[in-house]
Design a protein around this ligand. Structure first.
Ligand code: BGC
Length: 831
């Protein structure tokens, strides 16, 4: 068998994608202007201006803008994030985090997900979607792991292809990002991913290749370096791989601020610098001086216009679907949240709950939905219900109590602790404010700015968390510790991209009444008046509501004690736990933030019927896993997350997800534990674990994970039988039966893995995913599944031939319910 150059299935996807593009835009090809004809009419300054971003006069609030050439009918391009929905100043459908989508193992759902993004993008006047993200989850702490499609290249390539088709079907351009090896957030702007050729091709690139084969119109070059050269000027990536090997003919843009040069970047294949022309604005001078040829400029313009052409953006707009209202995509968002929910544990079938149950609900994300992760993928949702309220609606006769457990809101700082004068920025007399709490009728007028200066005095010495809670504006806290006690602290609350709970960070979780929640940790000495300044300004159109709250040294213990009391009093407890993953910063550890581990352990100690619902974006450690009865992994579930969670808890729906990432028992078990691998030494991350990323590593090292890749339970059970393997085409057809042997309807995701031959021609994983299916079966019913394993799936990347080569010999095809739960196998001879 000879090695194919392309993914057979993805080639098919690519063909249909091209058709879909023009069919969806509804524009006949002959009505669109000829790209080269347009270029011939453009002046050099007009061409250069096509190659870097500018400011949008329309203020839609998206990430990027290109003005176009109105004289020639070339329209402006608006570029918007991102991977979990459309991010502009207006709300849009906030979908479950991409990791939840990956957990569905369903290309069909990935296509629907993409279509929602594409449709919303058009409704919000956008033309280019800065998604999907397909960087492999290599580092479990990675801040953006929630934004991408898991640790396995085969899964990622299948999901991304379908999502790209879905996005582009709506007549907008998708952008696969971040090309390539942007696997960590710490030092993301500078670190060099030092990777060998085999690992790059087998692990890091297939997701991008899947998107290209599916007809993606744009690629975003990453911030980091790859083997010492910035990704945005890397000729191996942008030239050899993308253009020559994959035949990509769309355009490459830089990540925001990722371009570092003019000429070298353009020559390497970077067509568009975003968000502004720090390097590319002067390309005209470089052409004038003969340093850069005009044909290189023409080529970059041609690539941008060709993608616009393919998306139907250059044709007359008469048949364009009008921008305007967001179509209701709540059912899609809810179905995906349910389909991607992973039931990790369910002892004694404690889930689903009876609708007349007596339940204590604990945790801040039970009351305030944690819609999505932080950063450019954060979407202002159309709406976001409370899981607690959704549960009450679905089970009106249940007895539900609530305790916050992990207090993220605090209480208003009392008058006894404050001496503050408020002044208006426009001048006037200072007013004495006993407390800072301007809410409802007391809100401060739109367009006004205020400063409070004075002191804060605590009743007891200790660590406090000041919290600035705002809606309708923005503000900040400046706090000065007494001279010897440390450096000045500060916090800014903008409700923007922020995410973490550290100094000055706006928490992802807003307060129960929808205020942004900015944390400023301070140490206060009893009785000492510490200088404090709070500034805030209202938006032009909305009044400013603002609260200065705090957590005291005893509040964490008080909240925990109250939760334990509630948990003990109830028949069953559901503890909602969360992490706050965000762009720009990796998690410091895999532990849940705050005192959540202690909280879960304390509640489980008083109530054996403790269920944990997780709202997180990536692997976490679960020191309490053995002590709780059930664990339901909901990820960041998007705007319909409350409904989805409630439906799952009471059994109106059943969880259908499987883990797209391995959950390790300890951080030390992870492949990237040595510091030279992550975060890197002297600016270099050594990818010396090679192809052993994710489950491939745990298998090779024989380390038992906490929960394996591909794992997930159901409210029912499935059995596999009657395996046959038959040679067909470029590989084998693997056929088997899946039977629902339980008593409820449920969804299963059977997976096919392939083992390596005894004599391996190169490093090869003990087993790797080469196929999967997803089927929903009623009790007692069976389905026959056939999965084709093609030549590419049987191949490795040869560093001798610089191409894919089939690994021949005796190999085993394995059918399993996870990478560690193999149920059937058959040996085959691969020739
Ligand atoms: C992110 C990209 C995003 C861009 C525009 C960058 O910081 O890395 O993923 O698309 O900003 O918001």
């Amino acid at each position: 068998m000879s090695a194919p150059r392309h993914l057979t299935e993805a080639v098919a996807l690519g063909v249909s994608a091209a058709l879909v593009f023009s069919a969806a835009s509804g524009r006949a090809a002959q009505t669109a202007p000829d790209v080269d004809g347009l270029i011939a009419q453009m002046t050099l300054p007009e061409k250069i201006a096509m190659l870097y971003g500018a400011t949008d006069p329309e203020h839609y609030g998206q990430a990027g803008y290109l003005p176009g050439v109105p004289r020639l009918g070339i329209p402006a391009l608006r570029l918007t994030d991102g991977p979990a929905g459309v991010r502009t100043a207006q709300p849009a459908t906030a979908l479950p985090a991409p990791v939840a989508l990956a957990a569905t193992f369903s290309p069909d759902l990935a296509q629907s997900y993409g279509q929602v993004i594409g449709r919303d993008g058009r409704a919000r006047h956008q033309n280019v979607i800065l998604a999907p993200m397909v960087n492999i989850v290599r580092v479990p702490q990675g801040g953006r792991n929630f934004e991408t499609l898991g640790e396995d290249p085969f899964l990622a390539s299948r999901m991304v292809a379908a999502e790209v088709i879905g996005i582009q079907r709506e007549g907008v351009i998708a952008t696969v990002k971040h090309f390539a090896l942007n696997n960590q957030e710490n030092q993301r702007q500078s670190v060099s991913a030092d990777v060998d050729e085999q690992t790059m091709h087998e692990i890091e690139l297939p997701g991008f290749e899947g998107a290209v084969r599916a007809g993606v119109g744009a690629v975003m070059a990453a911030y980091n370096k790859v083997n010492g050269t910035y990704a945005a000027e890397n000729p191996v990536l942008l030239g050899d791989v993308l253009r020559k090997t994959w035949g990509f003919n769309g355009f490459v843009m830089s990540d925001w601020g990722a371009a570092h040069s003019g000429d070298p970047s353009l020559t390497a294949g970077l067509d568009l610098e975003m968000p502004s022309g720090r390097n590319y604005a002067s390309l005209g001078d470089a052409v004038a001086s003969g340093q850069v040829s005009e044909s290189a400029v023409n080529q970059a313009v041609r690539r941008i216009l060709s993608s616009m052409q393919a998306a139907g953006l250059l044709a007359p707009v008469a048949d364009a679907r009008p921008a305007g209202e967001i179509p209701d995509a709540s059912p899609v968002a809810r179905d995906i949240a349910i389909a991607g929910a992973v039931l990790l544990k369910n002892d004694r079938q404690i889930l689903p709950l009876s609708k007349t149950e007596d339940v204590a609900i604990i945790g801040p994300t039970a009351r305030v939905l944690l819609v999505g992760g932080g950063g450019s993928a954060r979407v202002p949702p159309m709406h976001a219900g409370s899981p607690f309220d959704a549960l009450r609606q679905r089970a009106p006769t249940a007895r539900l109590t609530y305790a916050i457990g992990d207090d993220v809101e605090g209480t208003t700082v009392p008058a006894s602790a404050l001496t503050l004068h408020r002044t208006r920025s426009t001048g006037g007399d200072a007013v004495v404010d006993p407390i800072v709490a301007f809410e409802g009728a007391a809100a401060l007028a739109a367009g006004t700015s205020w400063t409070w200066t004075g002191t804060i005095t605590a009743p007891a010495t200790g660590d406090y968390m000041l919290k600035l809670q705002i809606t309708g504006g923005r503000g900040s806290i400046a706090f000065e510790p007494p001279a010897a006690a440390g450096a000045p602290g500060g916090a800014t609350g903008r409700g923007g991209r922020g995410g973490g709970r550290g100094a000055g960070a706006t928490a992802l979780l807003s307060t129960h009444d929808g205020f942004t929640n900015t944390n400023a940790p301070v140490h206060l000495e009893a009785g000492v008046a510490h200088p404090l300044t709070v500034t805030a300004s209202a938006n032009d159109t909305a009044p400013l509501q603002i609260r200065l709250a705090w957590l005291t040294p005893t509040s964490a213990a008080d909240a925990l004690a109250e939760a334990v009391r509630a948990g003990k009093a109830a028949h069953t407890v559901v503890v909602f736990a969360y992490d706050e993953s965000q762009e720009g910063r990796d998690r410091a550890s895999l532990s849940l933030p705050d005192n959540q581990d202690a909280l879960i352990a304390a509640v489980a100690a008083v109530n054996p019927r403790t269920i944990v619902v997780l709202n997180n974006g990536a692997p976490i450690l679960m020191p309490w896993a053995d002590d709780v009865a059930a664990i339901l992994q909901m990820w960041y579930p998007g705007q319909e997350g409350a409904e989805a969670t409630a439906a799952l808890l009471v059994g109106d729906a059943s969880p259908g997800g499987r883990l797209p990432v391995t959950f390790p028992k300890r951080l030390e078990d992870a492949p990237t534990n040595p510091p030279d691998r992550y975060p890197g030494v002297n600016g270099h991350s050594a990818y010396s674990e090679g192809i052993y990323v994710g489950y491939r590593w745990y298998d090779q090292q024989q380390i038992a994970p906490l929960f394996a890749f591909g794992y997930g339970l159901s409210y029912t059970r499935f059995e596999y039988s009657a395996l046959t393997v038959a040679p067909r085409g470029d590989g084998f057809d693997v056929t088997f039966d899946v039977r629902n042997t339980g008593t409820r309807e449920g969804t299963d995701v059977p997976q096919v893995y392939v083992g390596r031959p005894a004599a391996t021609p190169a490093p090869m994983a003990e087993r790797q995913l080469v196929g999967f299916s997803r089927l929903t079966l009623s009790p007692g019913k069976a389905g026959r599944v056939t999965i084709h394993v093609g030549a590419r799936e049987l191949s490795y990347w040869s560093i001798v031939d610089h191409d894919w080569r089939v690994a021949v010999g005796q190999r085993t095809l394995l059918v399993g319910a996870s990478s560690r739960d193999i149920r059937l196998k058959a040996d085959v001879t691969v020739k």
